[in-house]
Design a protein around this ligand. Structure first.
Ligand code: DGY
Length: 323
């Protein structure tokens, strides 16, 4: 029997590409250039499976019209707000994602951003590299202590819980959170996490606010000017979730007017574009969407896609089916 035909939209770790080419008639993207709308449409019309990533917009336009041959979108990534799920369902596609395997690495990057922005690590590194450093002195580049402070988590799913463990047990932080669908009490108790009834309460009380909610319509600009205005002037914002959860212009205004102390960002609305104003600010740490970017995790994510495809083409329910 002919192997199912799959199109992979970007380069994946070599070990995963090998697994895919062994099992499938796989078209890989050796140039690693993002596919255009037309190329995505052509992939959906010629392959049995398309394997996109967060940077491919699988919109109603891409999925619409007749002739879609593909039956599954094996997404490489846990977030799927770049896929129009209604349009995918209408086109008869199963959609899968890659949860769990990136939990710790994404929480590690949230911790990295929190520590870097509080302790001025990005700024300090630039200072040394530019040869501006003239030596130790008691008042040089004083930052903010992290240990023992209050960490406010917006969303308390797997990644937030992992960050809570690291922050609580590693840095003695007090954890507060808001989540409309909170986990079981024992999960909260294990890290002494206190549930707040409202998002606003977390924003008012936290020294560090870290975002862990999904992207999409429900959370678009959840952190707008008004909500950012509730944060302490001494507080920092960390975003490893999705760029459009934060109104970037409101955040820039708050940073410029010193209404909050700083921000650590891994994700941006309209990435890879980053607002010029942010690039100029020293109290902002900017990373290029590195949340899951460790070799171990990226291989695990890819192998999770392979497992989802294998199950689907063997007529079984894929473990990570979203729709
Ligand atoms: C995801 O998996 O959704 C991440 O944002 C990619 O690292």
């Amino acid at each position: 029997m002919a192997k199912p035909r799959i199109v992979v939209t970007r380069r994946w770790p070599a070990q995963v590409e090998s697994a895919l080419t062994e099992r499938y008639d796989a078209t890989l993207n050796d140039s690693d250039t993002p596919l255009s709308v037309e190329e995505l449409q052509a992939a959906l019309r010629s392959a049995d499976a398309v394997c996109p990533t967060v940077c491919d917009r699988i919109s109603a336009e891409v999925l619409g019209g007749s002739g879609v041959k593909a039956r599954i979108l094996g997404n490489f990534g846990v977030g799927y707000n770049h896929i129009d799920l209604e349009a995918a369902k209408k086109a008869g596609l199963v959609v899968t994602n890659t949860p769990e395997v990136l939990t710790d690495c994404t929480a590690d990057i949230a911790m990295t951003l929190m520590l870097m922005v509080a302790r001025r690590a990005g700024e300090g590194e630039r200072h040394v590299r530019s040869k501006a450093w003239s030596g130790w002195r008691p008042t040089h580049m004083m930052g903010t202590k992290v240990t023992g402070k209050v960490l406010g988590l917006i969303g308390f799913g797997r990644i937030a819980q992992a960050m809570a463990r690291k922050a609580h047990f590693g840095f003695g932080m007090k954890i507060i959170f808001h989540d409309p669908f909170p986990p079981a009490g024992e999960i909260c108790n294990a890290v002494g996490a206190v549930r707040c009834d409202s998002l606003d309460e977390v924003l008012r009380d936290a020294d560090f606010v870290s975002l862990h909610c999904p992207g999409g319509k429900e959370t678009y600009h959840l952190l707008n000017a008004e909500r950012i205005g509730l944060m302490k002037r001494s507080a920092y914002l960390v975003n490893t979730a999705r760029g459009d959860v934060v109104d970037a212009q409101a955040l820039i205004g708050a940073l410029q007017d010193h209404r909050i102390a700083g921000a650590g960002l891994d994700v941006y609305e309209g990435e890879p574009a980053v607002p010029a104003a942010l690039l100029e600010m020293d109290n902002v740490v900017l990373l290029p969407h590195l949340g899951s970017a460790s070799l171990e995790t990226r291989v695990a994510m890819g192998m999770r896609v392979v497992a989802n495809l294998d199950a689907f083409f063997a007529g079984r329910e894929p473990r990570d089916r979203v729709v």
